[in-house]
Design a protein. Structure first.
Length: 143
């Protein structure tokens, strides 16, 4: 079970990130999680949003360069050591992590971790075998 993450090319210039998030906000699309990795000239904004299909449409209509990547989301206890235990599951299964980012919500009292891994299906199986709660799109989009 994967969720859709949008990856948006962002020129590294004053106001560009505000413009892109404004496009989403004006369309009534909520940001659930975000991460940005940058270089001197550009960045890649990775977002989980409430309505990924519509977000893709409005961003493309605004001439943004955007793609969709299937990622995994897990819900973990918001407590010391929880992330390490989940990372150990992937390490023990020999699954490489390309990147992760996390967020918390008061709504559930849990932390959520977004994973981009080399093999989603193997990771899902490894998580299931170790009782790690993989979260579906509906749960994340509705937070």
């Amino acid at each position: 079970m994967t969720i859709d993450q949008l990856s948006v090319f962002v020129e590294n210039s004053p106001g560009r990130l505000a413009e892109i998030t404004g496009i989403l906000g004006d369309a009534g699309i909520d940001l659930r999680a975000m991460s940005i990795a940058d270089t001197k000239d550009f960045g890649i904004l990775r977002v989980i949003v409430s309505e990924p299909v519509r977000a893709l449409e409005v961003l493309r209509a605004a001439d943004c360069v955007v793609s969709v990547t299937p990622v995994l989301a897990v819900s973990i206890e918001d407590a010391p050591g929880s992330l390490s235990r989940v990372l150990r599951v992937l390490a023990d299964a020999g699954i490489s992590i390309e990147y992760i980012y996390a967020f918390i919500t008061r709504k559930t009292g849990n932390a959520y971790v977004i994973f981009r891994v080399e093999d989603n299906e193997r990771a899902i199986d490894a998580f299931a075998a170790h009782g790690v709660n993989t979260v579906g799109a509906a749960e994340i989009y509705e937070l």
